[in-house]
Write a protein that binds this ligand. Structure first.
Ligand code: DAH
Length: 369
């Protein structure tokens, strides 16, 4: 009847025209060449070589051609797809090579970089100087004794001959543990360890007790509510103040070197009789700064002397409270400030440095041998 209907029997399909196939191939090759990374190349592969790519879609149209034209079209598509897959393979290899080179550079370990970025800690200078102070006495045969920081009022005051109305017992000086009738305080000094040692050790007793002590002071350059003392106690038959003097002399030599004078000034403590404040000659100016016209000394404030602490012959009342025969035994005691010792021995001028916990303050002290 009529000529064959073109739409049902096409002799030509647009997508299969040679120029269309060449364009699809060239677009694909351009996109592949433009891919600057493996992810982009993957996108190009999907767009130009995937199931829905122009060449794949064109391939599906082959069946619509008259049989005689199919082989020719198939060949052309095959050549175009071959060129695309060849380009993909080549670009894939190039980009992988680039990535490998980059990884080699980026993941290289620079062995010259600093490795110890996390600073190491350091022992606190108060701890080390306290041990050093105690060691001087340990070398003379003393033992190290300990007592609790939360202490019975009886050990902290009563047994040490503080009368019930002694001002040190007030809340202005002492931290009481709630409620007030617990009879517990934060120890205000290390002296209660004297009584504890006498109650628990056989005589004679030679002990030092380093430790933390508490008073209701505000923190400032020279005070802290938490501080440290080194207590000393020697109870034996026939001990005198001369032995105390000798022990302090040995301490000063052990900590500051030989040839420094020690002096005692009369004082008062309820638990010693007689009592004294003990000073050592300034180890920096050796007393010279008191002379007229001499250069000032920062360590002793040009006093020539440095205050070490308190001492004295143990009051027989303390011995009796601790169950010691005060007719037979006598002895002496002392209490030295650890912070004070650190301050003048090392020129630490501000208490804040000791309590703030900055490792940069503590580290240099670790160098001391
Ligand atoms: N406990 C006294 C204080 O904290 C210091 C002291 C003085 C201790 C004389 C002693 C001593 O052992 O004999 O101020």
């Amino acid at each position: 009847m009529s000529a064959p209907n073109k739409s049902y029997d096409p002799v030509e399909v647009t997508a299969l025209r040679p120029e269309e196939l060449d364009r699809a191939r060239d677009d694909a090759i351009a996109a592949i060449a433009a891919a600057s990374g493996l992810a982009e190349l993957k996108e190009a592969r999907i767009a130009h070589a995937g199931d829905r790519s122009p060449l794949a879609l064109a391939n599906r149209e082959i069946g619509a051609l008259p049989p005689a034209a199919r082989a020719e079209a198939g060949k052309r598509i095959g050549a175009a797809r071959g060129a695309v897959s060849q380009a993909l393979k080549q670009r894939q290899a190039e980009l992988e090579e680039e990535r490998d080179q980059r990884v080699l550079v980026e993941e290289a370990v620079d062995v010259t970089l600093p490795w110890d970025r996390t600073p190491r800690g350091a022992r606190h200078p108060l701890t080390t100087i306290q041990e050093r102070m105690a060691d001087v006495f340990v070398s003379m045969g003393f033992e190290v004794a300990e007592g609790p920081e939360v202490e019975a009022e009886w050990f902290n005051f009563d047994a040490l001959n503080f009368k019930p109305d002694h001002p040190a017992r007030t809340m202005q000086d002492t931290f009481f543990v709630e409620s007030e009738d617990t009879g517990l305080v934060l120890r205000t000094h290390t002296s209660p360890v004297q009584v504890r040692s006498l109650l628990t050790r056989p005589l004679p007793v030679y002990v030092v007790a380093p430790g933390r002590t508490f008073r209701t002071d505000e923190l400032d350059a020279t005070h802290s509510p938490v501080f440290h003392q080194l207590e000393g106690l020697a109870i034996d038959e026939g001990l005198t103040m001369a032995d105390l003097r000798g022990a302090i002399d040995a301490f000063v030599t052990g900590m500051f070197g030989a040839g420094l004078a020690v002096r005692m000034r009369p004082s008062y403590f309820p638990f010693t009789e007689p009592s004294a404040e003990v000073d050592m000659q300034c180890f920096v100016c050796r007393g010279a700064s008191v002379e007229r016209g001499a250069p000032p000394c920062r360590t002793c404030g040009s006093e020539g002397w440095i205050e070490l602490g308190g001492c004295g012959m143990v009051n027989p009342r303390v011995l009796v409270a601790a169950g010691v025969d005060a007719e037979r035994y006598s002895g002496w005691a002392f209490g030295l400030g650890v912070e004070r010792t650190l301050m003048f021995r090392h020129g630490v001028e501000d208490m804040h440095d000791m309590v703030e916990g900055d490792v940069r303050f503590a580290l240099p002290f670790g160098m001391e041998i």
